[in-house]
Ligand binder design. Structure first.
Ligand code: HEC
Length: 400
């Protein structure tokens, strides 16, 4: 174990630094109830963040898989503001069509966005798995899907049948009153928070111990999402010099739902005006300085019996996560850890039951998940560095 740690540190020291972070601007006013049109966003400093199609697994849905793997990466603009109570983000992304959740149809999917925060981020080398956290490394996920307001005075969710606008006994004032009631009693079914230590352990937080506000507006083929949450609550302490956050968006038109989304890596957010953030941002920005060409050779020799990625589809499907976008949504520290100590974070493998012979992990006598991937801690440091540098290049192009 000692040997592993020193390898990780040595690797990190010999690396180049590239900075990409979001600045959260301090605001003295109120952030309660802001939306994407609020003037406060004029203060914000917007940063381009790239979101990559999550190609780790395949769903049992051919059409959705095909649409997902044809996706390019998406450039998303993100601004952040904080005050002494809350932190707010505005997320702006292009989307060719507006897809809104509706109760009327079972096979339509909604556009949406999510923010994810690690519960503990004191060690940037041990952040949670980006896809919903991992064992002992929990995340809080806040999810917002585009929805139609539903009013359910009778509990049937059949608002469309309660008012016929074209042939209605209601007149304008009554209609207005009714619409107001819809908003007030609106069933915001798709605004949710989860605590999760891996995909199967996702638990929705239903009580009022967690609080966030989000809204989405669509115009000119663009979504603007705003999100506000307390800096601190019983789940998270974001009142720091810098914090990591990850973003995801779903495209309903492309049948996006659950894991079929576009996802960023952990992005550092520096809370301007608070101290201690520089080191964190610096550590988060470390990239491997290895030789990617040699890394490609080593990965091809050692890893492609199990793993596939774009340009190398030898790996048997279901044997292991597809690495086509691993460089897009992983930190350098995560890639290094995945190679040296695969059981530290075990990607769950959604099709485990359907493909028993290709279990991505087994349980040891204590019930701990042991990865089916062998550790490569016997490799010399340069080779590991080179492979990490190559894995960092595995990502889709960004859509212009
Ligand atoms: C025997 C099959 C096998 C081999 C060989 C193998 N892996 Fe894996 N790998 C897996 C499995 C299964 C997982 C998922 C379980 C886990 O997270 O450890 C995985 C996970 C990973 C992950 C995390 C993927 C994600 O989506 O987060 C990375 C990165 C990775 N492997 C890289 C490598 C590299 C680099 C090599 C070669 C040096 C390699 N693997 C060799 C089976 C393999």
């Amino acid at each position: 174990m000692k040997k592993l740690t020193s390898l990780i540190i040595a690797g990190a020291l010999s690396s180049a630094v590239a900075s990409n972070y979001i600045m959260a601007i301090k605001y003295s006013g109120n952030l309660d109830g802001i939306d994407s049109n609020s003037p406060v966003w004029k203060m914000a400093n917007f940063t381009d963040i790239e979101l990559y199609p999550q190609t780790t697994i395949k769903l049992n849905d051919k059409k959705a898989n095909a649409l997902n793997s044809a996706n390019l990466a998406k450039k998303v603009k993100i601004g952040a503001i904080y005050n002494n109570k809350n932190i707010a983000f505005k997320v702006v992304w292009a989307d060719a069509s507006k897809n809104v959740y509706s109760n009327d149809s079972t096979n339509s999917y909604a556009d949406g966005f999510a923010l994810q925060f690690p519960q503990n981020f004191s060690d940037t080398n041990k952040l949670p798995y980006i896809g919903m956290g991992s064992k002992d490394r929990a995340v809080i996920v806040h999810l917002q899907k585009a929805y139609k307001s539903l009013c359910e005075p009778n509990g049937n969710g059949d608002i469309a049948h309660q008012v016929n606008r074209d042939n209605s006994p209601y007149f304008e004032d009554e209609l207005k009153k009714f619409d107001k009631q819809v908003v007030e009693l609106g069933n915001v079914a798709y605004q949710r928070s989860f605590i999760s230590q891996g995909f199967r352990s996702m638990t929705q937080i239903k009580d009022d111990s967690i609080n966030f506000k989000a809204s989405m507006t669509f115009s000119n083929n663009k979504w603007e999402g705003t999100f506000t949450r307390p800096l601190t609550d019983s789940y998270l302490n974001l009142d720091k010099g810098a914090i990591p956050v990850a973003f995801a968006v779903w495209d309903g038109e492309k049948m996006g739902r659950d894991g079929l989304k576009q996802l960023s890596t952990w992005i550092p957010v520096k809370l301007i005006g608070k101290s201690g953030g520089e080191k964190f941002v610096e550590k988060m920005s470390i990239k491997s300085s290895g030789d990617a060409t040699n890394g490609k050779k080593l990965v091809t020799e050692n890893c492609t019996a199990c793993h596939s990625f774009k340009g190398n589809d030898n790996g048997m499907p279901y044997m292991a996560p597809n690495l086509s976008n691993i460089g897009g949504y992983s930190t350098t520290a995560y890639l290094r850890e995945s190679i040296l100590n695969p059981s530290a974070v075990v990607v769950p493998g959604y099709n485990r039951n359907a493909h028993k012979n290709y279990a991505w992990y087994n349980l040891d006598e204590k019930g701990e998940r042991i990865s089916a991937m062998p550790p490569y801690d016997w490799m010399d440091e340069k080779s590991v560095n080179d492979m990490v540098s190559f894995l960092e290049t595995l990502k889709e192009e960004v859509k212009k």
